[in-house]
Design a protein around this ligand. Structure first.
Ligand SMILES: [Zn+2]
Length: 80
């Protein structure tokens, strides 16, 4: 019979293969194979160097970019 280990949602850092502690902060990355993986804080840099995309990075970048062309305010230099 196969033993079922009672591990409760313990994630592993895919870069350093370290078992992450409960409550340890991880960053989700999208790999080349379009897999979502967990990366520990120490390996975030290594993950981005691999070209993985950070989860917090918004794909829809264009939305936040609002370049408002302000209407030209008339100069108040020409007072009567
Ligand atoms: Zn790591």
């Amino acid at each position: 019979m196969a033993r079922v280990s009672s591990v409760k949602a313990v994630s592993k850092c895919v870069v350093c293969r370290r078992t992450l502690l409960l409550g340890e902060r991880t960053t989700r990355f999208l790999t080349d194979n379009s897999d979502w993986v967990s990366v520990c804080v120490l390996c975030r840099r290594a993950a981005s160097e691999r070209g993985w995309v950070k989860a917090s990075t918004r794909d829809a970048v264009a939305v936040s970019e609002h370049r408002q062309h302000l209407p030209r305010a008339p100069k108040l230099g020409s007072a009567p």
